[in-house]
Design a protein around this ligand. Structure first.
Ligand code: ADP
Ligand code: ZN
Ligand code: MG
Length: 522
């Protein structure tokens, strides 16, 4: 098979995503009062409604409608004031009612969009940027300094309910194939679920990954789901087809099911693009089918050939009245929208002049963003930048190694701010900073006191350093000659010698400057 890069030269990939999110932060199910709880003993959260008993009547969960409207507002959708529920009919053991309650042609949220900023190597996958000037737009992309922005349409976000969970026993990896029997747990049945469908406007696996990541950050920011891809509360199906560059007609698509991590989504789509190209280039054709990405085998496998929508006999749900949302109610929901990650990123850049990528990384995570703000209040730009670096690198590496969340550690924002000041003001070196940070995590150390008691202060006294620099230069005429001969790399040797003299506490920046000056004069 050809590599993705190679394939994308001749073919344009057309990708549309269908992303499900369970509204896990709600207390109860979509149409009954059963508790929402992941991991409870099987079938302990059930009632006649979610078990589909004859005559049981659904009552919609108002908080769930509020959550989906919040999601729509956060993704630039129009909120439809008049919509209703439908029955999507099918029989399967995980669906005791024999139909799923979902929405029809009109969903609560329609016609939204998200803008994706793509830069770095991934921007090269987009094969249609040739000839575009920075700031210029063609189709849904605008060229930027280091990549492009893709404007991706959202068709709709509709409300539905989840099915129960099947457990297949005796087969390999919990699959139904080879199983001796199957069990079903209805705790998940009736969990409020929102499904977002994008327009077929994504063009690379990286764009798909970024879209999913951005949507997850938004959902977490508005607090409607825990968005756990491992536990399945956020799941993504990727639809993908190819067409020759320059063609306007869409090709036949395949659908990749349930890609449960950003990496799987990216890699599954990348594989499927290459597979389809190979089939098409060999004169074959693509069957419209549902495929499964197997990350360990690094391939996609056919699950089933597509059923048609007609099979579901979608019809209006007779037990639920249509909705008439009022402007006042929608405005009330709008008032609850928190600051979204992009706005937060821009504010971090404007307030502390952070590099955009760092600001985006911080703003994308609610907890880190709040922690950063608490640290950075009252700090200058250089100090705030140190806080950002510490959080994104040393702190997150430490937490990851220990398997901790920020809130579970004993790191206090005021202490991290203090450490950032010591670093920004060159009182200690970045190497010493790491040692101080470890002590802060492990002993709750106070940074200033720790630096004092461990005699860590960097020597930034120019007079003292100058004397050492002079002595080291005088002692090493051979190395000085090399430097004079054009081998400026030996400056590293001199820095090392000076560091030895200062027991590692010389300010490296100052030493470098002094050495360069003195060596040039020598
Ligand atoms: P289906 O009827 O098969 O469910 P839909 O029209 O509902 O298809 O679209 C489902 C998803 O597939 C949407 O995200 C849409 O953008 C995407 N899609 C539709 N046609 C194509 C295509 N030819 N290639 C890639 N994606 C597509
Ligand atoms: Zn119930
Ligand atoms: Mg569809």
């Amino acid at each position: 098979m050809k590599k993705l890069e190679e394939v994308l030269k001749d073919w344009e990939a057309v990708i549309g995503l269908e992303i499900h999110a369970e509204l896990t932060t709600l207390n109860t199910k979509m149409f009954c009062g059963c508790k929402l709880e992941f991991g409870a003993a099987p079938n302990t959260h059930t009632c006649p409604v979610c078990l589909g008993m004859p005559g049981a009547l659904p009552v919609p969960n108002k908080a769930a409608i509020e959550s989906i409207v919040l999601a729509g507002l956060a993704t630039n959708c129009d909120i439809e004031k008049h919509s209703m529920f439908y029955r999507k009919n099918y029989m399967y053991p995980d669906m005791a009612k024999n139909f799923q309650t979902t929405q029809g042609p009109v969903a609560f949220c329609m016609r939204g969009h998200l803008d994706l900023e793509v830069d770095g190597p991934a921007a090269k996958e987009r094969g249609d940027l040739a000839g575009l000037e920075v700031g210029e737009t063609r189709g849904n992309v605008t060229k930027t300094e280091d990549g492009y922005v893709a404007h991706v349409g959202i068709t709709r976000i509709h409300m539905e309910e989840d099915a129960g969970k099947m457990v297949h026993v005796g087969g390999g990896e919990g699959r139904i194939a080879g199983a001796t029997h199957s069990l079903v747990d209805y705790n998940r049945a009736g969990t409020p679920l929102i499904e977002l469908v994008t327009e077929p406007e994504l063009r690379t696996p990286e764009e798909a990954r970024l879209f999913m990541q951005k949507l997850r950050q938004i959902y977490l920011a508005i607090g409607i789901s825990d968005c756990s891809m491992e536990e399945g509360s956020m799941r993504c199906d990727g639809n993908i087809s190819l067409r020759r560059r320059g063609a306007t007609e869409f090709g036949t698509k395949t659908e990749l099911k349930n890609m449960n991590s950003f990496k799987n989504l990216h890699d599954g789509l990348a594989y499927e693009i290459c597979r389809q190209a190979e089939v098409l280039e060999n004169g074959g054709y693509i069957r419209q089918e549902t495929r499964h990405w197997d990350p360990s085998g690094k391939r996609t496998i056919c699950m089933r050939v597509k059923e048609t929508a007609d099979d579901y006999r979608l019809f209006p749900e007779p037990d639920l009245a249509p909705y008439d949302l009022t402007d006042e109610w929608i405005d009330g929901v709008r008032a609850k929208l928190p600051e979204l990650p992009d706005a937060k990123r821009d504010r971090f850049v404007a307030t502390w002049n952070l590099p955009k990528a760092d600001a985006a990384d911080l703003a994308g995570d609610k907890e880190s963003a709040a922690f950063f703000e608490e640290c950075a209040a009252g700090l200058d730009d250089a100090q705030a930048k140190k806080v950002a670096n510490l959080l994104l690198n040393d702190v997150s590496a430490y937490l990851k190694e220990k398997g901790l969340e920020l809130g579970e550690s004993q790191l206090a924002p005021s202490a991290l701010a203090e450490l950032a000041k010591l670093l920004a003001d060159d009182v200690i070196s970045s190497k010493q900073g790491k040692e101080v940070l470890t002590a802060m995590f492990e002993e709750g150390a106070d940074p200033a006191a720790y630096v004092e008691s461990h005699g860590m202060k960097q020597v930034s006294d120019t007079g003292a350093l100058e004397a050492i620099v002079d002595a080291v230069i005088a002692e090493n005429p051979g190395q000085v000659a090399k430097y004079k001969g054009g081998n400026t790399k030996v400056i590293g040797f001199f820095v090392g010698q000076c560091m030895k003299q200062t027991k590692g506490q010389g300010n490296p920046k100052l030493l470098n400057e002094l050495l360069a000056k003195k060596l040039d004069e020598a």
